[in-house]
Design a protein around this ligand. Sequence first.
Ligand SMILES: [Zn+2]
Ligand SMILES: [Zn+2]
Length: 370
Amino acid sequence: MTDISGKVAPRNWTTTLMFALTFAAAAILVPWYGFWQGYSAAAWIWFGLLVVANEMSITCGYHRLYAHASYEAHPVLKVVYLLFGAMALQNSALLWAAGHRVHHKHIDDNERDPYSAGRGFWFSHIGWMLREYPSGVPDLSTVRDLQRDKLLMLQHRFYLPIALTMNIGLPLLLGWLSGDLWGVFLLAGLLRLVVSHHFTFFINSLAHMWGTKPYNEENTARDNGLIAVLTFGEGYHNFHHMFAHDYRNGVRWWQFDPSKWFISIMGALGLAKRLKRVPWFKIQRALLDAQFMRAHRQLAEHPRRAQFEHLRHRIAEEYEAFVKVVAEWSQLREHWIEDTRSALHARLRELESHLQLQIRRMRILQAQIA
Ligand SMILES: [Zn+2]
Ligand SMILES: [Zn+2]
């Protein structure tokens, strides 16, 4: 792939060899050893536990804590995130967060978004790390706040020794303790690394290509329940790009987001605090906004659009009501903090349920533009 000037970016041999060799070794050695020797139950258990520890350190730690500051964490929790995040071999938390903040700021901009989905599946999944693309150079001015975090800077400084110890030393130690040295090393060391790499990379590739856009149609980020299962909750990516500072990605209670559940539990245990949540009304407002945009587009593009005059009229009325509700809500919210009168709270709740009803009515109207 070429950069802006049309030149092919130089190969990054460290990452290319690391990804290629670990993938090839896992694809050959893991089945070969399994066929001739078999794996102990301990090897599988360590594999499962370490995949979870790596993935959750990236999603709850690198992503929701460091890149988005969606809550505050106790130093003990930070140490766990930084150790197991380094084990996932995705760079230091500082550099990871720097790249990710640029991804949010310049989403889909092929020259600036480090893993822009506009450059194709391969590029956004892994290709962006295999060459020295100008868009991939970390901009440290985006992480000034993180540079004041002592633990995080310690991980950044000693990233290589920590990553090597966690990837080689820890699996060997666990293997020795379990009496299945090579079995644990191959499953919990090698296979775990490759699996957790690609599960995380799906967030940049598949979660920008496959799924729905309920909150915002203007970028490539999508909500997909299946990807949420593979990525420990990060598959609700359309919501996430809309409300990145919310500690939840799957915002509905039934959406599969183990990272949000883990952060809530840490909150209950006193290891996390100031968990940020977007007000429910704003979420409903975004849903409706997207519905209106979709309905307008569908009406404008429909081959029999002349027959939908009555629908156009109904949608215009709904939109007018929507604008009024939003205006009243914003005005009431301004007084909300100092005013604790229950009448005000009751009216706010009323406005919230008004939007919910509108969402349902819009769904029915939209179904008629088929
Ligand atoms: Zn994204
Ligand atoms: Zn993000």
